[in-house]
Design a protein around this ligand. Sequence first.
Ligand SMILES: *Cc1c(COP(=O)(O)O)cnc(C)c1O
Length: 329
Amino acid sequence: MLAVLKANAYGHGIVPAAVALAAADGFAVARLEEGIELRAAGLRHRVVLLEGVFGSDALRQAAHHGFELVVHEPGQIALLESWRGDHRFSVWLKIDSGMGRLGFRAAELPAARTRLGACAAVLQPLTLMTHLAEAEDRAGPHTPGQLQRFAALTAELPGERSIANSAGLVAWVAARADWVRPGLMLYGVSPFPELQGSELGLRPAMTLETRVIAVRNIATGDRVGYGGCWVAPRPSRIAVAAAGYGDGYPRNTASGTPVLVNERPALLAGRVSMDMVTIDVTDLPRVAVGDPVLLWGPGVPVEVVARAAGTVPYELLCGVSQRVHLDVR
Ligand SMILES: *Cc1c(COP(=O)(O)O)cnc(C)c1O
């Protein structure tokens, strides 16, 4: 298993996440700098750079740290051909089986293989990889099509195979191959829009929490927040909590999205501000300044908040901003 730790481990802190996931067979990151952070923390695992490297300086650093390289475009082959050092690189050859983003397509693959096979800087055999575009669609034809194309393109080739992200790992047994590459599910979150993590036996690793900074009683018809887009339907009590889109709680999260105040359910009321959210706590007893507010985590699935904000949990997790204190437990 390659544990995917890109984007600061989906917002969880790359080093603490790597330490927690030390039993993985290797780590995958998107950027050279992310791999260097792992080495600086003393982690000696295999590290795969999912986008490879660009430029001879980056290649030198990858060699120095022993990083493995995804190779997905011809310029990266030329870079390896120009390598004059002693180090030989483990290469993950990326094949585009239908994602339409990175990787060699059928017509380009033979030339890429021939060049990499003849390249002194490259350890043989190559690991063969592809990426699934719609693995969370359990019924559609796209994943079987990708699996078929990848199998056909690699049928005669030696080397280990890697296909599955989280959704592929859970939903498509045939995609497990030699190496799986889960990301989101490692953090306890479901990659399927129709399922929450708990339904897959996962527990969320992240809790986004803040506190109440004001409580006020308002009358029927009073407006709350920017645009006045929440109007009290009855005499109400509103708690203001100190977190907003400046912290990574999306601005377009809809009124009515669940939160927990003092571990009890309440609903967002009004537009999310940069530094604050407003919450209808009319039905909760004794809410006071300083009380804890949970925006997502155990009890408020980030999957639910993401849907209420018109996005996916990936974006929420890795969008938690710098000013939020990361408290690793
Ligand atoms: C991000 C990524 C993964 C992990 O995807 P999840 O959906 O988070 O499991 C796997 N492989 C590649 C190439 C990726 O870029």
